[in-house]
Design a binder for this molecule. Structure first.
Ligand code: AMP
Length: 172
């Protein structure tokens, strides 16, 4: 029987600042069956959809996107904080639930017209995901959709993603 993934997500109140209920996925990552089922459930909607690249934002997005890329026979594209990627980059600034940030992508990471799936662990306000969609489109990539492990529905993040196809495995 598939593990109950929700039971492997731990709630940490007031992290990293007062008022934020942090959804901690480390118990899920640490359980082999739960981690495998998470990657499989996140890959399921996108198999046979012609995904060329799975793009993810550091750091927790990487943990799911890399095994998903292998499972789908796609490449992996890292989207990183300022100062981490060595080559020429495009960047975007955006607002998070609890801080401001900037993300970068290598200019040559996605060929024009390539199909790109965007992955992250959590969608909260949707600001991060919307920023990543903008970056990929700026390079000429075609965003096939977005996949999250966890969706915090009260924050309405999907509204920022327009017509994009969005899937999540666990909702709160
Ligand atoms: P947002 O841009 O507001 O959708 O925030 C998404 C990013 O912030 C994701 O990369 C998450 O990893 C992280 N994040 C935001 N809120 C939470 C939360 N309550 N619990 C865990 N991670 C969060």
């Amino acid at each position: 029987m598939a593990p109950d993934l929700r039971s492997y997500v731990r709630d940490i109140p007031d992290f990293p600042i007062p008022g934020i209920l942090f959804r901690d996925i480390t118990p899920l990552l640490g359980n082999a069956a739960a981690f495998r089922e998470s990657v499989e459930a996140m890959s399921r909607p996108w198999q046979d959809r012609g995904v060329d690249y799975v793009a993810a934002m550091e750091a927790r997005g990487f943990m799911f996107a890399a095994p998903m890329a292998l499972a789908m026979g796609a490449g992996f594209v890292p989207i990183r904080k300022a100062g981490k990627l060595p080559g020429p980059t495009r960047s975007v600034s955006y607002q998070l639930e609890y801080r401001d940030d900037e993300l970068h992508i290598h200019e040559d990471a996605v060929p024009r017209g390539a199909s790109v799936l965007v992955v992250d662990d959590v969608i909260a306000t949707g600001g991060t995901a919307a920023a990543v969609v903008a970056l990929i489109r700026e390079l000429g990539g075609d965003v096939v959709g977005l996949q999250f492990l966890i969706e915090l529905t009260d924050l309405g993040g999907r509204a920022l993603l327009g017509d994009c196809e969005v899937h999540s495995v666990i909702t709160y």
